[in-house]
Design a protein around this ligand. Sequence first.
Ligand code: AMP
Length: 178
Amino acid sequence: MNTNLLLANLRNVPDFPIPSIQFKDVSTLYKNANCMQEMLTEMENLYRDKGITKVVGIESRGFVLGAALAARLGAGFVMCRKPGKLPADTIKQSYGKEYGTDTIEIHTDAITPDDVVLIHDDLLATGGSMKAAYDLVQQFYPKETYINFIIELRMEGLKGREFLNDCCPISTLLTIKE
Ligand code: AMP
């Protein structure tokens, strides 16, 4: 994989959305045709022999490569969304954030026990939102589950990978240490 191409095209926005956060803006990867192909080809290579039948994307940046990868793998795509967005029956999972709690939902008919599931999001920070999505997916008792991110943020005090390590295999395309 051409890591330098991806790093050169990833935009860092200091102090967004609040002071001291270095926001990794993946929109500059998504808008670049070469970066899109590079990321998708790498992810396809990682997962094509895993028998993935459903890719779950976490709202909203996880939808972009999640759906494109599902098409490449010949898998279905499932949206994991914020509360009140999905129109039919859902199951929910709440999780703690730095301040307060958040909830995510999936349609009750989105996944079956026959599925092999890959959950995708753009970035791993604390791992809280991915853990909630993982726990939600486990309520369907899928055959196997995998987790993928474009970016793994490794900073003092951020232990996202450690937090998720016991869940299932994890892959990330870029590791950024700050
Ligand atoms: P976490 O649940 O703490 O692992 O946070 C991951 C989610 O928050 C992902 O959906 C990211 O899009 C977003 N996020 C957290 N920190 C950042 C950051 N520094 N830059 C860009 N997105 C971030």
